[in-house]
Design a binder for this molecule. Structure first.
Ligand code: SF4
Ligand code: SF4
Length: 223
C-alpha cells in the first residue's frame, strides 16, 4: 500500500487560516490503513484545526468529507456538491488523490495534508516497512523475492556492500536488516548461491519515476 504521514499541524493551521470554509477530505484506502486519512483521522483533524483557529480568533468552518478512493475520478464526482461549497480543501489522501482533487477543482486551492513517502507492507500494529520503490524494472526474479532497491540503504544491485553489522543489520540503519544478507541467506537455503556470483549489470531506469512523467496505455482496456 501507499504510505503517508500527516504534515505538521502548524502547516495545516497556516493554510486553513486564510479561508472561512475548508473541507478536510479523507480517503478510505491506503491512508486509512496507515491511520492518517481515514474517517477517524478526518474527524480528529477537523476538531483540532477548528479549535486551534478559534483560539487564534480566526474561526474557520471545516467540512469533513470521505471519499472511497480519492485517486478515482468517479468517486470524486460523488463528493462534488460538498467540495463546491468550500473555498479550499485539505486532502488527507496520497499525492495521487490530492492531485486528482486539484485537477477536478483547478480553481480551488487543494493543500496536501500528508507527505506521501513509500510503498509499504504492514508488519505489525503501528509498524510499516518499505517493500517497493516503483522502480519500473523489477529485479525480484534475480534477488530471491527481496527488493534491494527499496530495502538496501544504498540501493545496490550487487551486494552486500561489506559494511553489514555482525548481527546482520544494515550499516546505515541499525534497525533494519541488511537485505543483501537476507538475499544471500535465501539463495543459500535454496542451494542457489551460484546465481549471485553473476554481476548484475546497470539496470534500465528509463521506466522508473526518475524517468519523468509516465503515461501508460493498455489498448485492450480502452473503450
Ligand atoms: S525491484 Fe523495483 S519494482 Fe521490484 S520490488 Fe524493487 S523497487 Fe519494486
Ligand atoms: S549493509 Fe546491506 S542493506 Fe545496508 S547498505 Fe550495505 S548491503 Fe545495503
Amino acid at each position: 500500500m501507499i504510505f503517508a504521514e500527516r504534515k505538521p499541524v502548524e502547516e495545516l493551521i497556516e493554510f486553513a487560516g486564510r479561508y472561512k470554509r475548508v473541507a478536510v477530505a479523507g480517503c478510505a484506502t491506503c491512508v486509512a490503513e496507515c491511520a492518517v486519512g481515514g474517517e477517524e483521522e478526518v474527524r480528529a483533524l477537523v476538531a483540532l484545526l477548528g479549535m486551534a483557529l478559534r483560539r487564534k480568533g480566526t474561526p474557520v468552518t471545516f467540512v469533513p468529507v470521505m471519499l472511497e478512493r480519492q485517486c478515482e475520478r468517479e468517486f470524486i464526482e460523488g463528493a462534488v456538491e460538498t467540495l463546491e461549497g468550500v473555498e479550499a480543501v485539505i486532502s488527507l489522501a496520497c499525492g495521487i488523490g490530492a492531485q486528482a482533487l486539484a485537477e477536478r477543482f483547478d480553481m480551488k486551492p487543494v493543500f496536501p495534508g500528508v507527505n506521501t513517502s513509500a510503498l509499504v507492507i504492514r508488519e505489525d500494529d503501528g509498524l510499516w516497512e518499505s517493500r517497493c520503490a516503483a522502480c519500473g524494472d523489477c529485479v525480484l526474479g534475480e534477488t530471491f523475492g527481496l527488493c534491494p532497491i527499496a530495502r538496501c540503504a544504498k540501493g545496490l544491485l550487487n551486494g552486500p556492500c561489506g559494511g553489514t553489522r555482525e548481527n546482520g543489520k544494515c550499516e546505515v540503519n541499525e534497525e533494519m536488516d541488511c537485505i543483501w544478507t537476507k538475499i544471500v541467506e535465501r539463495a543459500e537455503a535454496r542451494g542457489e548461491l551460484d546465481a549471485l556470483t553473476e554481476v548484475a549489470l546497470p539496470r534500465d531506469w528509463s521506466n522508473s519515476r526518475h524517468g519523468g512523467q509516465k503515461r501508460v496505455v493498455r489498448e485492450e482496456l480502452q473503450r
